[in-house]
Ligand binder design. Structure first.
Ligand code: GLC
Length: 610
């Protein structure tokens, strides 16, 4: 039988210790000054070489499957010896879906480009599927992800030829819902291997559980053998990314996808694997580590999530909190008895309660709350201050006074001492609904806002990433005069079709699928004609984004998932976290203990340490 990528992973992971394996342990580091800055470099050849037990059919692996440190190309990368790529193509062509009418050809970097036969495509959805398949990336003959963008007309690809963890989530969901599980399983297991990579930036190593922002499959000639090549998995943890941003969301998305995989396939053997359980715990360890922070929300730098460059979202951005909450709930569900120590479970529960209380209470605004903030007293020194964060009412921006509707409300973008970021961020709000971080009423109110502010939040193309844009002096100071994030472009009030899938999950969860249906209709008017752009510009999303990539995979996959879920709303369950009754109880205890909301509640005897 062919050696699957799982087998390779298992072999490479042999010797994993309790504190998780170090793949390719780095015993002989030495300090070097390179183009990348200061770093530790392995001596060539250090690492683990593992012998494969049988021949790999599609990849024609040579005698040894082999994971090792590679010093030719950046510091380290995961490699697997393969022979000619042609045999991989053959296997892929054989496996192609009959839907796929185009021709596949390899372009030499692990991906396949396709020639569309437009005549054979009968719907936007079929075209999207064809493009999605064409974006698949292979490692040793096995699909492991999808490339970020597949735009043949683009000469400056930057890192859009890589598999981004966050970008792959809608692709992964699309494949799961289609019953094609391999690519998701491979993605989960290969990115897990990258998690324990040695990573440094100028001598500093981030926490061990960090997941990469992206990785690339490189096919390179095999040392000392001209007739063979090897595939290399080359991760980027932010050490090469523009702005050197650490992808905090990657690990959280990884946990969410892992849960969706188990729920969709019914195959729990992946999440129960020792290395996968350890991977979950490593992410949790990183997120639950004690720091100086007073808040239960995760403290991160600017650009740590989908908005991966300076946009004034450092601190406690909503998107990270919603993903964090969802990942904590999902991890709690997946940790096996043996792996979940009582301490870990207590830490998880305590954080969940504190986090939901904090966000529901302090991030939420609607007309009533806005009026309350407008009348806040400041400089209150006491344990029972009403204005805990010392928010000056003058911070309420003039646009919001006009914009806030009587019906509806939303979670603000960020909360810090004396600072509320009143901007509306779509992903954070939608994922608060999906994860039940928002209450039932709050979730409906967010969707009410979408309906009331359709022109602003959907316009000519769903969905506005945030509203409104930063302009003038504010743009200069907060973005650092970023020419890519000019007002109503890109992250600064641009519109991102990929967000369609999160809107769909949220509106299905709240039993209001017509909201997503209407948004999908808007997208369908032009998304295919416009060649599936990454984002749109202007206040109403009328133009294709100035620097937007075309054939952006997560725009394609986001649309596909929205269609799949609208056709089969039940499937949204694989992503939704239902409200936990224990948490609700504990939450009520906190509400009644909160001096602002003194309410007497009897009969609640459960105690949670906050
Ligand atoms: C941009 C987006 C980021 C995405 C990447 C690849 O940098 O801001 O969220 O992951 O492109 O598509």
């Amino acid at each position: 039988m062919a050696v699957t990528s799982e087998a390779i992973l298992q072999v490479c992971s042999a010797g994993a210790s309790i504190s998780h394996m170090r793949l390719c342990p780095n015993k002989s580091n030495f300090l070097v000054l390179t183009n990348h800055g200061l770093g530790y470099r392995n001596k060539k050849g250090s690492g683990c070489t593992q012998i494969k037990s049988s021949k790999q059919k599609s990849c024609n692996m040579i005698s040894a499957s082999h994971c090792r440190s590679n010093v030719n190309d950046r510091f380290r990368s995961l490699s697997c010896k393969c022979s000619q790529i042609d045999s991989v193509t053959d296997t892929i062509s054989e496996k192609r879906d009959p839907l796929l009418k185009g021709e596949l050809s390899t372009n030499g970097n692990g991906t396949f480009s396709s020639t569309l036969q437009i005549g054979g495509i009968n719907s936007v959805e079929d075209e999207a599927w064809e493009l999605l398949r064409a974006s698949m990336v292979y490692y040793c003959g096995h699909p492991v992800g999808t490339i970020a963008a597949n735009d043949p007309s683009d000469s400056s690809i930057l890192n859009y030829d890589q598999v981004f963890i966050r970008d792959f989530i809608p692709s992964g969901i699309a494949f799961l819902l289609k019953g094609e599980y391999d690519i998701v399983r491979n993605f989960i297991l290969h990115t897990l291997q990258l998690q324990s990579w040695e990573k440094t930036m100028d001598c500093h190593s981030p926490g061990q559980g960090l997941m990469p922002a992206s990785f690339k499959v490189r096919t390179v000639p095999l040392d000392g053998d001209d007739s063979a090549t090897e595939d290399i998995l080359d991760p980027d943890f932010g050490e090469a990314a523009i702005g050197r941003v650490a992808p905090v969301d990657s690990g959280l998305w990884w946990i969410i996808l892992l849960r969706a995989y188990g729920k969709c396939t019914g195959d729990l053997s992946v999440q129960e694997r020792v290395d996968v359980q350890t991977g979950i715990k490593m992410i949790l360890k990183l997120c639950l580590a004690d720091g100086f922070d007073m808040f239960p929300t995760l403290l991160v730098t600017d650009g740590s999530c989908m908005i991966d460059r300076r946009m004034g979202i450092h601190g406690h951005p909503l998107e990270i909190q919603a993903l964090f909450y969802s990942a904590l709930l999902s991890a709690r569900e997946m940790l096996t008895r043996e792996d979940a120590s009582a301490d870990l479970m207590t830490a998880l529960n305590n954080r969940l309660v504190a986090l939901s209380f904090h966000v529901r209470e302090y991030y939420w605004i609607d007309m009533r709350k806005l009026n309350e903030i407008y009348r806040y007293k400041t400089e209150e020194y006491s344990y029972d201050a009403v204005n805990k964060f010392n928010i000056y009412p003058d911070q309420i921006p003039p646009w919001l006074v006009e914009w806030m509707t009587n019906k509806g409300g939303y979670m603000i973008g960020n909360l810090q001492p004396a600072h509320m970021d009143f901007r509306f961020f779509s992903l954070g709000n939608l994922w608060s609904i999906v994860s039940s971080l928002a209450t039932n009423d709050q979730s409906h109110a967010i969707l009410d806002l979408y309906e009331a502010k359709w022109e602003d939040l959907v316009g000519d193309m769903p969905l506005k990433i945030c509203y409104p844009a930063l302009e003038g002096q504010e743009w200069r100071i907060i973005t650092g005069s970023d020419p890519k994030n000019t007002p109503w472009s890109y992250h600064n009030g641009g519109s991102w079709p990929t967000l369609l899938w999160q809107l769909t999950v949220a509106s299905i969860k709240m039993n209001r699928p017509e909201i997503a249906e209407n948004a999908v209709k808007v997208a369908e008017r032009r998304i295919s004609k416009d060649k599936w752009p990454e984002y749109y510009d202007t206040k109403r999303a009328r133009f294709i984004g100035k620097q937007a990539r075309l054939f952006q995979t997560w725009s394609i996959a986001g649309y596909v998932v929205a269609k799949q879920l609208l056709a089969n709303p039940d499937a949204a369950k694989i992503l939704v976290n239902v409200e936990d009754s224990e948490l609700v109880n504990a939450f009520s205890c906190m509400i009644s203990a909160n001096p602002r909301r003194k309410r007497s509640r009897k009969g609640i005897n459960q105690s949670f340490i906050i």
